[in-house]
Design a protein around this ligand. Structure first.
Ligand code: NAP
Ligand code: F7E
Length: 335
């Protein structure tokens, strides 16, 4: 039985990846932060009572800022594969807490790589490492963006991810480690955090229809993103660690849409044609520097991993709207 260690186990991607690994018969270990309230809603359905005899899924308390704890977990678990998904992942928030973002999103990767490097020195075992890199690293470099595109990050988050990206490549080259970067473009789902724009829109519409809110306040509607379905992107992450050689891959759909197009499509799925009646612009959601346009060129992943996206933009919007309407349906009134 292969063992995997997943950081960011409670996040959107962590939940899909853990499902996938358990289905594939892995023993899965997840990193979880101590919180004053329950923070496991995305993984409650796969959680196993620690008193059960045949355990396949374990949660370990820890934090990416805590070097000693990370090292201990790597040495104790001795995983075959590490999926490093944990991060302060919100771009707008990274302008408010840049140092924390650099520490967790940037140095977090270094701490894990150092632990793996030292583990491999003293054990006869190799550990494969996946770094959750981001299209945010391309920043203002014009699309389409692929593995050869230069980086020009536009946020503390993007800068931190560039550091983690290069550190991953450096450890691969310097210490012959199986370390890869999955450069993933925006991927969404019904499990997406409520403050990312897609979920904010679909949840906002459901709340308006339920009579809980009157308006949806948004920032820049002109930004363009390449949005895909998160579950499929985690299949790509797993595939990257199953290759013979470590390499970096761009994952996206190759299609771009503006935030405004997402808004229009989401309101339409909810049965509202006059979306302008409900949406207001609030400059507090603008960023000091914006990433205007992202479009993936995922041809390398298509060729080498045989990976391609299945869920279209329209289906993605629909599934997110439907799920939020279902959650808020007990209160739904006529629009
Ligand atoms: P997410 O939903 O925000 O999840 C982030 C995870 O990191 C959560 O489990 C969070 O724990 C954990 N975390 C945050 N700070 C931590 C700390 N100090 N110590 C330990 N864990 C910490 O993000 P996601 O959308 O699943 O994304 C997964 C990864 O892919 C992230 O690295 C993100 O930057 C990257 N990425 C995402 C996208 C995308 O479009 N989704 C695209 C490219 C790259 P809590 O639950 O306790 O907050
Ligand atoms: O913003 C605009 C905003 O926060 C998308 C993270 O997963 O993907 C994500 O980062 C766009 C931006 O995602 C609001 O200005 C307008 O142009 O949903 P987002 P992001 O910044 O692209 C990358 C690939 C990651 O790696 C990150 O971890 O939407 N926008 N109005 C808004 N954005 C938000 N959040 N809220 C608004 O009200």
């Amino acid at each position: 039985m292969k063992k995997a260690f997943v950081t960011g186990a409670t996040g959107q991607d962590g939940s899909y990846l853990i499902e996938l690994l358990l289905e594939k018969g892995y023993e899965v270990h997840g990193l979880i932060r101590r919180s004053s309230t329950f923070n496991t809603s995305r993984i409650d359905h796969v959680y196993q009572d620690p008193h059960e005899k045949k355990l396949h899924f374990y949660l370990h308390y820890g934090d990416l800022s805590d070097t000693g704890n990370i090292r201990k977990l790597i040495f104790d678990i001795q995983p075959d594969e590490v999926y490093h998904l944990g991060a302060q992942s919100h771009v707008r928030v990274s302008f408010d807490i840049p140092e924390y973002t650099a520490d967790i999103t940037g140095l977090g990767a270094l701490r894990i790589l150092e632990a793996i490097k030292d583990f491999e020195k003293s054990h006869d075992k190799k550990i494969r490492f996946y770094q959750a890199s981001s299209s945010e690293m391309f920043g203002s470099t014009p699309p389409p963006q692929n593995e050869k595109t230069s980086f020009h990050p536009r946020s503390p988050y993007g800068c931190a991810k560039v550091f983690a990206y290069h550190t991953t490549v450096n450890y691969r080259e310097a210490y012959n480690m199986f370390a890869v970067n999955g450069v993933l473009f925006n991927h969404e789902s019904e499990r997406r955090g409520e403050t990312f724009v897609t979920r904010k829109i679909t949840r906002g519409i459901a709340r308006i229809l339920a009579g809980l809110d009157k308006k949806l306040y948004l920032g820049n509607l002109n930004a363009r993103r390449d949005w895909g379905y998160a579950k499929e992107y985690m299949e790509a992450a797993w595939m990257m660690l199953q290759q013979d050689k470590p390499d970096d891959y761009v994952i996206g759909t190759g299609e771009t849409h503006s935030v405004k197009e997402f808004v229009q499509a989401a309101f339409k799925h909810a049965g509202i044609s006059d979306w302008k009646k409900y949406v207001e612009i609030d400059p507090r959601y603008y960023r000091p520097t914006e990433v205007d346009s992202l479009i993936a060129d995922p041809s390398k992943a298509r060729k080498k991993l045989k990976w391609k996206p299945k869920t279209t933009f329209d289906s993605l919007v629909r599934l997110m709207v439907e799920e939020d309407l279902r959650v808020y349906s007990p209160n739904i009134k006529e629009a």
